[in-house]
Design a protein around this ligand. Structure first.
Ligand SMILES: [Zn+2]
Ligand SMILES: [Zn+2]
Length: 279
């Protein structure tokens, strides 16, 4: 079974990703959480253009996917989990949870370090919040994230199957938690015990810096709660809140070419650790 999954990795990822995207895009049309002032026709070509660009770049630059690194690590005995003989049913969930913690910490660092914030702020500069926002990352951030993930996999030594499950989960939850979808409040409350919900992650896309610097989790909500970065709701309410950052607020800034040069434009601004006092 796991051989079949690993042998068809790119196809499995593509099929699940397309299915989750279609499901969420339909749910957004049927049960929107917020009315969108800027329509899909303005934002989606650029956001989906970035996805296409990132997919091609990653295939060219890093043809060995994360599961390939995990297979090499397993064969050579690299990493913590390859050094201790844990039963598979324990090692697999442990690896998925550990990889999720690594992604959480990476996200915090991308908010804290000015040069990294310049890359990551493109994700935050989207002026609406929907399923395509969850896929909108600067190509250099994507490449850096892949490099970091390779190092984490080499140090941790998860199985290739654990990495595949994690990657599929992360891709699906990233689209889910950016969905402009109205979930019944009791459902949101229950889901928040096990997964980051759209209402939880939307707080992270608020224009208020204190809210932008909260709810860093993409997959599991536990890290924010445990490490003190959890914020339940936005202060202006989900429908009243302003999405985005103070910089880059024109329709012009939503164009693909402008998005690509955003890291080089203007000051690093409000969010990193060296921000000016009072901001
Ligand atoms: Zn962020
Ligand atoms: Zn986000």
């Amino acid at each position: 079974m796991s051989e079949f999954l690993l042998g068809h990795e790119p196809l499995i990822r593509l099929v699940i990703s397309a299915a989750v995207f279609t499901l969420l895009a339909s749910a957004e049309a049927l049960f929107p959480r917020r009315p969108q002032k800027i329509g899909r026709l303005v934002r989606w070509p650029s956001n989906l253009g970035i996805v296409a660009l990132n997919t091609v770049l990653i295939r060219i630059l890093l043809p060995t996917a994360a599961v390939g690194i995990a297979t090499t690590a397993e064969a050579r005995g690299w990493g913590l989990l390859n050094a201790v003989a844990l039963p598979g049913r324990l090692a697999l969930p442990l690896a998925v949870v550990a990889l999720d913690l690594a992604i959480y910490l990476q996200h915090v660092v991308f908010h804290a370090v000015p040069a990294l914030w310049r890359l990551h702020r493109m994700h935050h500069a989207d002026l609406e919040f929907d399923v395509t926002t969850g896929l909108r990352f600067h190509p250099v951030e994507i490449a850096l994230s892949m490099g970091i993930k390779f190092l984490v996999i080499a140090a941790l030594g998860p199985s290739a199957l654990a990495v595949l499950i994690f990657e599929v989960l992360l891709n699906a939850t990233s689209m889910f938690n950016h969905g402009n979808v109205r979930l019944p409040a009791p459902m949101d409350r229950v889901l928040r015990w096990i997964v980051v919900t759209p209402d939880m992650h939307r707080v992270h896309h608020s224009i208020h810096p204190a809210e932008t610097n909260s709810n860093f989790g993409f997959n599991l909500p536990w890290w924010d709660c445990l490490l003190g970065t959890y914020r339940a709701q936005p202060r202006d309410g989900h429908e009243g809140m302003t999405i985005g950052i103070e910089q880059f607020r024109t329709a012009h800034d939503l164009r693909l070419d402008r998005m690509l040069i955003q890291p080089l434009r203007g000051p690093a601004s409000g969010y990193p650790i060296n921000r000016e006092s009072g901001r």
